[in-house]
Design a protein around this ligand. Structure first.
Ligand code: ACO
Length: 428
């Protein structure tokens, strides 16, 4: 295990003529953070950082990102190595426990997941009761929120370790079941129940399409690995923040799932495909859309480009790009979107607007093309993202819980009216 965070130095700030020493915490890679936990009690000042661009919300040992150099490590292991050699459930174990499992540990882990697989029939009834127009992410959130009803012991997942692990296994086992059910609900097809004898991804493919292809399952497994965790992103922070109220795991995960839905986060993969389709329908003029993306008067943004943390090529996008061709070849698909995507990428990479702002393709840029090749509807792409990101949310929630972090409750700088008296409605 690496050494715990060091408190090696202090910085001083001067407020109203008085000097205060603030400790500096140093991470494994010498990242520095000014510890302001006592700032308000000592000075009455708070810090202001909308979007938390400069705020470390926690100390974490799960995932390390060096955005400047395009590095992503889970528990120290580079994502490229994990994507090439490991399987998704191994990564789940690694994220939860901190070490790679040996054969026996992985077998036991898989056995637990299989033992917790399967959802009550009423889950299907809930899905059937939702309007046909319900977005798949809305369906997923609905059932995730309803899960405590089916597994009432999960209400104790904060306090009871056995229940906590049962809830983790249950979510991991049943997220693919839910995703497949949602697919079939949308298509008005009969539901296919899980088959625990199949692999994690093979089972998902079988429940979704009624069959599974080994090469495709392999590619999809890699895609899940690439999405498994990404430190303090919007949805993982939500899992920690909502979880900090000591709510049950299912509720925290439902909240994280809703955070993922937005187009600036996991919803981007849907938007990428819609964008590519729009460009194709408009004659495939890539330059026109590059110019639109650069025009500040135009709300159009190049979806799948840019990232809050990566100011270099997203290492996950590099791996995904490789798999696009593997999947298309395996399925014998020639997709014109691939050429449009490559054209956009090349044009953007050569353009000063994008290079000066360090905007590169992110994980969503190519993932949608793979999902589309698999036959997954565009509005289900974010559900696929959720399937991959689930272990990250749970690992972050678990770490927050073990760290005994206080309830998340930011301060504000109030900019409204000063106190004023109520005016009777007749006099307004
Ligand atoms: N297209 C065109 N311009 C962009 C793009 C883009 N995709 N992304 C950023 N920019 C520009 C901004 O307009 C801004 O320009 P300015 O400095 O001239 O004002 C500059 O680059 C910095 O962008 P911000 O929005 O300030 O960067 P921020 O870190 O807040 O946002 C985000 C990151 C949300 C990912 C942004 O790049 C974006 O909207 N990308 C498209 C959506 C997307 O792909 N989201 C998925 C993210 S990855 C994930 O969640 C899995």
């Amino acid at each position: 295990m690496p050494e715990p965070t060091k408190i090696s130095e202090t910085v001083s700030i001067n407020i109203d003529g008085q000097s205060y020493e603030l400790p500096v915490v140093t991470g494994t890679y010498e990242e520095k953070g000014i510890d302001i936990t006592k700032l308000r009690s000592q000075t009455k000042y708070v810090t202001l950082d909308t979007g938390y661009k400069n705020t470390g919300a926690t100390k974490s040992s799960i995932t390390y990102i060096d955005g400047e150099n395009g590095v992503l490590l889970h528990r120290g292991y580079p994502i490229e190595q994990l994507a090439e050699h490991a399987e998704f459930l191994e990564i789940c174990y690694l994220l939860f426990i901190g070490e790679l499992p040996n054969k026996e540990q992985l077998d036991n882990f898989k056995a637990e997941i299989k033992a917790h697989m399967g959802l009550p029939e009423n889950v299907k009834h809930i899905l059937n009761a939702l309007p046909d127009e319900t977005h798949p992410m809305g369906m997923l959130s609905t059932v995730l929120s309803a899960m405590t009803g089916f597994f009432p012991d999960s209400l104790d997942s904060w306090t009871d370790e056995k229940v906590r692990w049962a809830s983790i296994y249950r979510l991991l086992a049943n997220m693919p079941v839910l995703a497949a059910y949602i697919y079939r609900r949308q298509k008005k097809l009969d539901y296919i129940d899980p088959d625990p004898s199949l692999s994690y991804v093979g089972n998902f493919l079988n429940m979704t399409f009624g069959n599974q292809d080994e090469k495709v399952a392999e590619a999809l497994d890699t895609l899940l690995i690439l999405h498994a965790d990404h430190e303090q992103n919007c949805s993982a922070s939500t899992a920690r923040f909502v979880g900090s109220s000591h709510v049950n795991l299912f509720a925290a995960i439902a909240a994280a799932n809703n955070a993922l839905w937005g187009p600036l986060h996991g919803g981007a993969n849907q938007k990428v495909l819609e964008m590519l389709q729009g460009i194709q329908d408009d004659g495939g003029d890539v330059a026109k859309y590059i110019n639109k993306a650069k025009d500040k008067a135009d709300p159009f943004r190049l979806m799948g480009f840019g990232h809050r943390v990566y100011k270099n090529y997203d290492p996950r996008a590099k791996v995904i790009k490789k798999y696009v061709q593997v999947v298309l070849d395996q399925l014998n698909i020639d997709d014109p979107m691939v050429e449009i995507a490559k054209g956009l990428e090349n044009a953007a990479l050569e353009d000063e607007y994008f290079s000066s702002r360090k905007l590169f393709p992110n994980v969503d840029f190519y993932s949608g093309i793979i999902y589309r090749a698999l036959g997954i509807p565009v509005n289900m792409f974010t559900v696929m993202f959720a399937l991959g990101r689930l272990p990250g949310w749970m690992a972050q929630w678990k770490e927050m819980r073990e760290g005994k972090e206080p309830i998340g409750r930011p301060r504000q700088i109030y900019t409204g009216y000063t106190k004023r008296d109520y005016i009777d409605i007749e006099s307004r």
